[in-house]
Design a protein around this ligand. Structure first.
Ligand code: AHR
Length: 631
């Protein structure tokens, strides 16, 4: 028998309780949510022809090749490179782009094709752009006339005659001569909110369905960079997308088994777009900035304390970018980009996953400067990657002394660790900093193992653990699973919350666990007990309960990690249970079961019934997660 006590605990479930961690890992941004379909559209990769192929070009010789492409650079620009294309043999020179693991196209959808071209010499009068399927058959073609001299933007629209997962773009030219080309781009018209050059709709929809309380961006380790020079610099991600400077993605070197050298950040999804996405999702924006320490798993390079000022200034300027009036320097840039209204930033993260004295020294400087100018901004500080380790303890001890506001904890661990740690926060100091469980995920094999699965066992253990997060909502105020996205053909890290390919995406069981918690977070914590004690693993049962005052609903979450079904009786007191019971069940036939592109077998099933007075009897299937809503 579980006793449900509706007496007020005085503990609010923060609107930020369940959020999203976004990092450009596993092709989450370029090749993923950022809907650009052309890889290396402006020849900016270190190897500028990455993604491009020139048919009938072998020798780069005027006499022997049908044509050839060389890279020119304009050092005065941030987007330096462009292609100079020399056509010797009319119609025979073909330039192809392979997309990000192919180009995904939907039959009869419309795609905006555009490029910048300068007609340099000769008589090139047109080009023909085609989309071709895996066998080379043309599925859409558009002729584009070349007019006049000087750089000009050209546009056309494709409408493919069939759906293809791995198409390519093919360009042929009419005439002979020399042209310069840059920013060769292809976007679906059907993006999230129909924005030109916007985000992939199916992927954003999945985020929207989570009803996230916050969006943390842009990572993760890419905040820090392998070296300081390769850290994420938000100021370089603003303005015209064609002028944003490319950066090799930290995850291009991944881990030994997943080298991805063709992984770059175009920053088409930059800080403005992250803020805009947060707004679209109704989520608090939570930017995390470099604290002057490169990733400690790479070089661990440090900025000297005397040289930290530009990093601190980046944080101050970011707050002005988000919240400043249009007359301020950075508020003006936001306004010019199309958002005069401030984004109302409330949180900022200093460093991603850093630890030790080096971190604390730098954190102190940031904290002083940020709070001197913006006392209301809440600062998130890091505690390192290992929740059971020495670094972690050191960080917490120091951060407590410094009255840090929110500490970001990361844990990737076994399903057993998650179920065992459902009581993790029960004894946390109630007067200390709040906790942001900023990255966590159960690992079916081991941390950063390539064969980790998003199976039901991992999701169930996370659900059990999350009842502990919720029971401790007075300490834990923000939580997010990580990583968020993974491209089936381009990932570096597994498990991940949402998997996608060029055409489709599917939600993992872990996603549905997140969704059930987030969509049913309520507003006020109440207590659910067994024999007077919190339900945190006795007989392999885990539970938490909340009230949603706006909705006048009581919501109970119960996780059964035993393989046998349990009949539970819930005895409510100090509560008006209402008349209706909604029972949402998430379970699977086996612990090893997974969802995939073909089927989402593991997804919530909802049933409604009338509530009788007195005790509530519910059957909790073996290995299941149940949400009960009383109204
Ligand atoms: O989520 C993947 C990585 O794990 C993040 O980039 C990093 O913060 C953590 O080590």
């Amino acid at each position: 028998i579980l006793e449900l006590d509706g007496t007020s605990t005085g503990i609010k479930i923060q609107p930020t309780m369940y959020g999203i961690f976004f990092e450009d890992i596993n092709f989450a941004a370029d090749g993923g949510i950022y809907a650009e379909l052309i890889k290396n559209r402006s020849f900016e990769f270190d190897e500028p022809l990455t993604g491009w192929k020139q048919q009938n070009t072998k020798t780069l010789s005027h006499n022997l090749d049908s044509g050839f492409l060389t890279i020119y650079s304009d050092d005065a620009k941030t987007n330096k490179n462009y292609a100079r294309i020399t056509i010797n043999n009319d119609q025979n020179y073909v330039l192809e782009n392979e997309g990000f693991r192919g180009i995904g196209l939907h039959q009869n959808s419309r795609y905006d094709f555009s490029f910048d071209l300068e007609n340099v010499s000769g008589n090139i009068s047109a080009l023909n752009a085609s989309l071709i399927d895996e066998k080379g058959a043309v599925i859409s073609t558009v002729p584009v006339l070349i007019k006049g001299k000087g750089w000009q933007k050209y546009t056309a629209v494709f409408s493919p005659s069939k759906t293809v997962e791995k198409a390519q773009l093919k360009i042929t030219f009419t005439g002979k001569g020399v042209v310069n080309m840059d920013m060769i781009s292809l976007f679906p018209q059907d993006t999230w909110k129909g924005r030109k050059g916007g985000l992939r709709k199916d992927l954003v929809q999945k985020l929207h369905d989570l009803k996230p309380g916050f969006l943390r961006f842009p990572g993760g380790c890419i905040v820090e960079g392998r070296t300081l020079a390769e850290r994420y610099q938000w100021k370089k991600t603003l303005g015209n997308v064609a002028d944003r400077e490319y950066l090799i993605n930290k995850w291009s070197s991944g881990f030994a088994h997943r080298l991805t050298p063709d992984y770059y950040q175009s920053f088409g999804l930059g800080f403005y777009e992250y803020f805009q996405l947060s707004e679209d999702l109704g989520a608090e924006p939570v930017p995390i900035l470099s604290c002057g320490m490169a990733c400690q798993f790479n070089t661990g390079e440090l900025v000297h304390l005397e040289e930290l000022n530009p990093y601190v200034q980046d944080a101050l300027d970011l707050i002005e970018f988000a919240n400043g009036g249009s007359a301020t320097k950075w508020g003006k840039i936001r306004t010019e980009m199309g958002h005069p209204k401030p984004f109302n930033l409330k949180f900022i993260g200093v460093g991603n996953e850093q630890w030790g004295e080096d971190y604390i020294e730098r954190y102190k400087i940031f904290e002083k400067a940020i709070h001197a100018k913006y006392p209301d901004i809440k600062i998130i500080s890091g505690s390192g990657p290992s929740p059971d380790g020495e670094f972690f303890d050191y960080g917490w001890k120091e951060l407590k002394k410094l009255n840090a506001q929110i500490v970001d904890e990361h844990y990737y661990n076994s399903p057993e660790w998650f179920t065992k740690n459902a009581g993790r926060y029960d004894d946390y100091d109630r007067s200390g900093p709040k906790v942001f469980a900023g990255e966590y995920a159960a690992q079916s094999v081991g941390v950063v193992k390539p064969d980790n699965k998003n199976n039901w066992q991992t999701a169930l253990s996370e659900a059990a653990f999350m009842t502990g997060l919720e029971r401790n909502a007075d300490v834990v105020t923000m939580t997010s699973y990580a990583p968020l996205f993974a491209h089936a053909d381009g990932w570096q890290w597994t498990p991940d919350l949402i998997w996608f390919n060029n055409l489709q995406s599917y939600a993992t069981p872990n996603y549905y666990v997140q969704k059930l918690f987030s969509n049913n977070k309520g507003t006020d914590l109440i207590r659910i007990y067994e024999n007077g004690k919190p339900v945190k693993g006795q007989n392999q049962l885990f539970a938490s309960a909340v009230q949603d005052t706006g909705n006048e609903e009581t919501i109970i979450k119960i996780v059964n990690t035993n393989s046998r079904e349990k009949l539970i009786e819930i005895s409510p007191k100090n509560i008006k249970p209402g008349k209706n019971l909604t029972k949402i069940t998430l379970t699977a036939s086996q612990l090893s079961a997974e969802n995939n592109f073909q089927t989402e077998n593991i997804k919530p099933a909802e049933e409604r019934s009338a509530l009788k007075k007195g005790k509530i009897s519910v059957v909790i299937p073996g290995n299941s997660f149940i949400v009960l809503k009383l109204k």
